[in-house]
Structure formats: structure tokens, C-alpha cells
Write a protein that binds this ligand. Structure first.
Ligand SMILES: NC(=O)c1ccc[n+]([C@@H]2O[C@H](COP(=O)([O-])OP(=O)(O)OC[C@H]3O[C@@H](n4cnc5c(N)ncnc54)[C@H](OP(=O)(O)O)[C@@H]3O)[C@@H](O)[C@H]2O)c1
Length: 278
């Protein structure tokens, strides 16, 4: 049985579906099962990974750990897991651990989660992903409303990873102990600027879309005015500023783990076109 934290997130939800499709038993953790819309075949548990005593760990073989959900409770959670006989943990870590960008405190969180996983005595696998394609959902309201996406650092380039590739790699690492002690850098296969991504989204929905660059300070103010917590623009703009100077990494680890090419951003855009149409 596999326990998935962040089970309602873009990666966690897909990992739940992929595990069930392969016939595995899944415990899916959410703070609010009534709103989660998780599949009935999963054992849906009301819990919060940042309060490890709320999790159901009996009979769990391996845990998929979403750092944002566990916050600063990784050591406590994994010590409890070890006491319940859990064997492995797979961490949804970030490429910034290996290829530093942005403000140090954001990568330090991923580093501390990894360090706690190593110290826990459980077998571990680290999936160090670049930005998920799902992050571009933040553009959907602008795309639905017009032909322009406004943001900072149009030239910032990353090999955005399709979250289904991250989920599929997570499933392999959860069920196959052969991935223990390994770190993988998960990216797409093609470095794309924000101008490129907006153009590809436009092609997917049949609209001529343009990315218009604004000063970072203006974008920062606008994000705060939307009610986003201060750490969101700090995290996003900090890494984009660095990716505008040097493109993010492109790795072949998705292919190594999955035995097929990484899914492309154009595929992601075609699959999610509905969310960008008015
Ligand atoms: N987005 C990226 O580009 C990126 C890149 C590298 C690594 N990561 C890591 O990948 C992980 C998975 O990302 P994701 O986008 O699939 O989902 P996520 O951000 O981890 O969120 C998944 C679910 O976790 C719960 N959650 C969110 N914040 C929480 C909090 N503070 N405390 C407790 N529960 C919380 C929410 O579910 P409920 O409300 O149902 O409980 C949410 O739907 C993240 O944890 C992140 O650290 C992300």
C-alpha cells in the first residue's frame, strides 16, 4: 500500500490514478475529503502531512512526500513512518537543489526535506523537478480574457516538465526499490522561454497569443494586489530573474526512469486547452 501526500495536487492526483491503474492500494491524504473528488478506489484519509499524527501509516510500504504539504515536519513524519514499518520515501524535490536559482530560502526548504529523508533510515529517492507545466495555469484568466499574457522576464527559459512525467516517475520509484538512493533531475526535453510557452498555448487553443513583458516590480505589486501570499511572487520572480540570465537545466532522467521521451509542453497545452478557452 502506498501513501500519497498532496493527493489533490497536480502530481499527487495523477500518481494516485497511475498507482490504482497498476492495481496497487493507495492511501490518499487530503485535509478535506468532502472537497477532494479523489477516486473511490483509493482509501481517502482526512489528514495534514504537517501534523504527522493525523496520517494513517499502518501497512504503508512507501510514501510520496510533497514538500509544500509537510512544511517543516519531515523528520517527525518520517520517524513516525519508520516506527510503523514504512520502507521508502519518494520526495517531490526541486531542480534548484542541484541547479541553484532564486532566493536561497526556497531551495533550503527542499534541501532540508532531502536531508531529513536521508537521516530517517528509510530508503529514499529524490525527484528534483524543474517547473511543472501546470504552473502556467496561472495564465488562464488572462488568456480567457484576451490575447495577451503580461508578466516579467519573457526571455526566462526552462525545460518545463509535464506533471504526468513527474507522477509516473514517482510511481516507478514508489513501487521499485531499485530506485533507492538515487536522485533524478526531471525536466522536459526542450528549453522554452515564456514567449515560446505563450505562443504554444495560443497554437493549442487556436488564438494568436503574445507575452508582453512588464517590469518585475509591477508584476510583484499586481500579484500582492490579487491577494497572493508574499512568498509566491518572491519565489516566482526570483527564479525567473535567474532563468532570464541562464536557461534552466535540460536532463534526460525522465527517459532514464520511464524508458520513453519526456512529454512536451505542446502536449500539455493541447490536453489543457479547455481551461484557456473563454
Ligand atoms: N510546482 C512546481 O513547479 C514544483 C517544482 C518542484 C517541486 N514541487 C513540489 O511538488 C509538490 C507537489 O506539487 P503540486 O503542485 O502537485 O501540489 P502541492 O502544491 O503539493 O499541493 C497538493 C495539495 O497539498 C495540500 N496542501 C497545500 N498546501 C498545504 C499546506 N501548507 N499544508 C498541508 N497541505 C497542503 C492541498 O491539498 P488539500 O487541500 O486537499 O489538503 C493541495 O491540493 C509540492 O509540494 C512542491 O513542493 C513543485
Amino acid at each position: 500500500m502506498y501513501l500519497v501526500t498532496g493527493a489533490t495536487g497536480s502530481v499527487g492526483r495523477t500518481a494516485v490514478d497511475l498507482l490504482l491503474a497498476e492495481g496497487y492500494k493507495v492511501v490518499a491524504v487530503t485535509r478535506d475529503p468532502s472537497r477532494s473528488e479523489l477516486p473511490g478506489e483509493a482509501q481517502v484519509v482526512a489528514g495534514d502531512p504537517s501534523k504527522p499524527e493525523t496520517l494513517a501509516l499502518n501497512g504503508v510500504e512507501a510514501i510520496l512526500l510533497a514538500p509544500r504539504t509537510v512544511r517543516f515536519a519531515t523528520a517527525e513524519l518520517l520517524s513516525l513512518a519508520a516506527a510503523h514499518g514504512v520502507g521508502r520515501v519518494v520526495v517531490l524535490s526541486a531542480a534548484t537543489v542541484e541547479y541553484p536559482v532564486g532566493l536561497p530560502r526556497f531551495r533550503e526548504h527542499f534541501r532540508s526535506v532531502e536531508a531529513d529523508a536521508k537521516a530517517s533510515g528509510l530508503e529514499w529517492t529524490f525527484l528534483r523537478s524543474t517547473d511543472y507545466a501546470a504552473n502556467t495555469m496561472a495564465w488562464a484568466p488572462q488568456v480567457r480574457a484576451g490575447n495577451v499574457v503580461r508578466g516579467a522576464y519573457g526571455g526566462a527559459a526552462t525545460s518545463t516538465v509535464h506533471e504526468r512525467d513527474v507522477a509516473a516517475a514517482a510511481v516507478r520509484a514508489l513501487v521499485d526499490p531499485g530506485h533507492a538512493g538515487r536522485s533524478y533531475v526531471l525536466t522536459g526535453s526542450e528549453s522554452l522561454s515564456q514567449y515560446d510557452k505563450v505562443r504554444l498555448l495560443g497554437e493549442a487553443i487556436g488564438k494568436d497569443l503574445t507575452f508582453v513583458e512588464l517590469p518585475p516590480e509591477q508584476v510583484h505589486e499586481a500579484m500582492l494586489a490579487q491577494g497572493l501570499p508574499a512568498d509566491v511572487p518572491e519565489r516566482l520572480l526570483g527564479s525567473l530573474a535567474d532563468y532570464a540570465v541562464q536557461a534552466g537545466p535540460t536532463s534526460h532522467d525522465v527517459e532514464k526512469v520511464l524508458g520513453r521521451s519526456a512529454l512536451t509542453f505542446a502536449q500539455w497545452a493541447a490536453e489543457h486547452a479547455g481551461a484557456f478557452r473563454d
